[in-house]
Design a protein around this ligand. Structure first.
Ligand code: AVJ
Length: 330
């Protein structure tokens, strides 16, 4: 009874075939060719990402989970209104399975906070699963799920009056190029008032080999996640990518802090897109750049906030300083 029917802002329907088609036509006409990591997350991609989060090499999720567990009381205090009975919205961008968030949700409920949880995600399947598990595990929690991408989520944020705490966990912020990251932070900050708070998860710079291994696991799950993008284009745009002739490749540049992932064409080939009336030529060993996963230092994070008009009020980290959850205020 506490679950509002899923809403989507207008026009916030999940990326339609035409959005995807336009993106592909544009991204594959560039030099170098690129596709946005936003399109990884169809329902199959979201399932593969669940498997990535459980991989021995993929340290970010379990590290952030542990640090949220350790610091839950202090983090909840930094996010909630000082008046214990004041209602607020806990908005989560890119909620996914909400496993980490449930630590905070449970703590807030246990300590009498009055709030509505608004999970936003691009994958309907992921949101449905999250809502089902919340109904089961936290039946008294008011939930208003929203299917939307980040841009539409920001519009929604601005249109929704009331005290807000916005969560952006999991180092999703690492997917943005520096310029887009700045714009994103500014547009998250814009609709917030001085009492609102922002909690952002950042993966920190560390042993470069450890970082690289997290994106090139021995079981090949990350490769399958990357390949799923091509399978999605086959499914949704009638493309004829032959996965026999593609490789997953990833590198980490410790100077820029960027992990970059690619799909590599292992021979000269032409791919047809039946739904787009388009064909695209690939040279042997030509790359499609599919993802950036930036790693940060704490001074960089503080500067990032400042550039967007946000003050870093708290920073929480694990004992190894692999990951940081920082609280920012307008
Ligand atoms: C969900 C964006 C945080 O960049 O680490 C994991 C996605 N890609 N392995 C990341 C991802 C390959 C992940 N984020």
């Amino acid at each position: 009874p506490h679950i509002s029917s899923p809403t989507s802002t207008e026009p916030a329907a999940p990326a339609s075939a035409t959005d995807l088609g336009q993106h592909v036509a544009d991204g594959l006409s560039r030099t170098p060719k690129m596709l946005s990591s936003m399109y990884f997350y169809d329902d199959e991609g979201s399932r593969l990402f669940q498997q990535i989060m459980a991989l021995p090499e993929y340290y970010p999720t379990r590290t952030e989970f542990a640090l949220l567990t350790t610091h839950q009381a202090a983090i909840a205090d930094a996010l909630r209104p000082t008046a214990a009975d004041e209602h607020f919205f806990l908005v989560e961008l890119g909620a996914g399975d909400g496993l980490k968030t449930k630590i905070l949700l449970r703590h807030l409920l246990d300590t009498g906070a009055r709030f509505t949880y608004v999970p936003v995600d691009i994958s309907t399947g992921a949101l449905d699963g999250l809502v089902a598990s919340l109904t089961d595990e936290l039946p008294t929690l008011p939930v208003e799920p929203v299917t939307a991408d980040y841009a539409d989520a920001l519009t929604l944020l601005a249109a929704r009056p009331g005290r807000k705490a916005v969560l952006f966990l999991g180092s999703n912020i690492g997917n943005f190029l520096p310029k887009d990251r700045h714009e994103f932070l500014r547009s998250v900050a814009r609709p917030l008032s001085s009492d609102d708070r922002l909690l952002i998860g950042f993966d920190l710079q560390k042993d470069p080999r450890l970082i690289r291994a997290a994106y090139d696991d021995t079981q090949g799950i990350t490769a399958a996640f990357n390949f799923n993008l091509l399978k999605r284009l086959n499914r949704e745009l009638g493309a004829d990518f032959d996965l026999e002739h593609w490789q997953h490749y990833t590198d980490y540049d410790p100077l820029s802090g960027a992990v970059r992932s690619f799909l590599v064409s292992t021979r000269a080939q032409t791919v047809q897109f039946a739904a787009l009336d388009l064909h695209v030529k690939f040279a042997a060993w030509e790359m499609i750049h599919t993802e950036n996963s930036y790693k940060f230092t704490l001074p960089q994070i503080e500067q990032l906030g400042q550039d967007a008009g946000l003050t870093l009020v708290h920073s929480f980290s694990d004992a190894q300083a692999y990951f940081a959850d920082v609280v920012l205020a307008p």
